[in-house]
Design a binder for this molecule. Structure first.
Ligand code: PLP
Length: 380
């Protein structure tokens, strides 16, 4: 029997988990105000960088006494900068439940060789934060982009902790409520939830993180690109837009445009509502189809950005090949680009649901999942 393709296609087939879909109103014309060919240290450049920092604070509700810096090398740069500069003063706890968290474990254990307890959970599960000693420095990822598992909240992090919490929040910021009082270092990149450009990261420091920077000097040398202090004092300029090295003013403009859009749809609340609505469309589809499931079984820890799905049908002979074939078919049809599971993750699909994705597009994609699944079952 011929399997019929759905009549409607998503208007935008971009469901990649990074770089993520640009804002729905995006056009290159919106970047016309970028001060291209000008020094980032000229007044106009500094103004733009400062606006990027202060609008980030405004949209995310970051406390006034937290420092926000624009740093090189995207989220990875921000996390490495934090770990290399802050860790080693006390014991560390490295927490990981998917590939990116596991990468930070490798850095700390194999490269920095710090005394660390490593706590991990399998794909689809999370580490129980009640078992963590927060008098150590704790490094974790808020949302595991490759497993679709996120922390439900920061309740298990004590207010009177002695250690620092270092949180990679790159696929969480702008889609989830982050408890700033529980986070000493928070990082993210522009290319994720706001659909910005890669290359730059944001580093958010609590007053306690700054205190550590000013009172502790790591035993290892720090390259210029990581250095946040001079003569034992924080280089405050970094946190008002005097970046360590040259940023892309085109990427800065693009981020400012995305922040403006975020404000226009209701700020963080609006962004969270959009991500939740997108994820609900998928949850409803999963509920009504018995051959597909979330990788994260527990809804309380299910991501509303990087939604990871697995196929659960006895007729599937080779799980990895099947999932790849479904993703390939959807890409060929032009209805979903880049939705194969991450290379280190269990076989399946990953559909980005962050706020720049339109709910109507997620809804239009669902019948295509059905179509591609049945077509691949028939083709086996
Ligand atoms: C949780 C997490 N951490 C780090 C990264 C690396 O981000 P970037 O490539 O922006 O440095 C990613 C990218 O997907 C991620 O999802």
């Amino acid at each position: 029997m011929a399997i019929e393709a759905p009549a409607t296609r998503p208007a935008n087939p971009r469901f990649s988990s990074g770089p993520c879909a640009k804002i729905p109103t995006f056009s290159l014309d919106l970047l016309a105000d970028a001060p291209l060919g000008r020094s980032h240290r000229a007044a106009i450049g500094k103004e733009k960088l400062k606006a990027a920092i202060e609008t980030t604070r405004d949209v995310l509700g970051i406390p006034a006494d937290y420092r926000i810096g624009i740093v090189p090398a995207s989220d990875t740069g921000a996390v490495e900068m934090a770990m290399w500069s802050l860790l080693g003063a006390r014991k560390a706890t490295m927490v990981a439940w998917e590939s990116f968290g596991a990468g930070w474990v490798t850095d700390v254990v194999k490269q920095l060789k710090i005394d660390a307890e490593v706590k991990t959970a399998d794909y689809g599960q999370i580490v129980d934060f009640a078992t963590i000693d927060f008098n150590t420095d704790v490094v974790f990822t808020w949302n595991g982009t490759t497993s679709g598992v996120r922390l439900a909240n920061g309740d298990a992090i004590p207010a009177d902790r002695e250690g620092l919490t270092i949180c990679d929040a790159t696929s969480a910021a702008f889609a989830m409520d982050l408890p700033w009082d529980k986070l000493d270092v928070t990082t993210f990149s522009w290319q994720k939830v706001l659909g910005g450009e890669a290359a730059h990261g944001i580093l958010v420091l609590s007053p306690r993180a700054v205190e550590r920077l000013e009172s502790y000097t790591p035993a290892w040398p720090l390259p210029k690109i990581f250095r946040m202090t001079k003569g034992g004092k924080l280089i405050e300029g970094i946190f008002v837009g005097e970046t360590i090295n040259t940023p892309s003013m085109l990427a800065v403009e693009d981020y400012l445009v995305a922040l403006d859009w975020a404000k226009s749809i209701g700020g963080l609340k609006g962004l969270i509502a959009r991500a939740d609505a997108n994820t609900k469309v998928i949850a409803d589809f999963v509920d009504s189809h018995d051959w597909i499931d979330f990788l994260a079984a527990d809804p309380a820890i299910r991501s509303n950005t990087s939604v990871c799905l697995k196929f659960s049908d006895d007729r599937i002979k080779d799980g990895a090949a099947f999932a790849k074939a479904v993703a390939k078919r959807l890409e060929k049809e032009g209805v979903a680009l880049d939705i194969g599971a991450y290379r280190d993750a269990p076989a399946g699909l990953r559909i980005w649901c962050g706020g720049t994705v339109e709910t109507a597009d997620v809804a239009a994609l669902m019948p295509w999942l059905d179509y591609a699944f049945n077509a691949e079952i028939a083709a086996q």
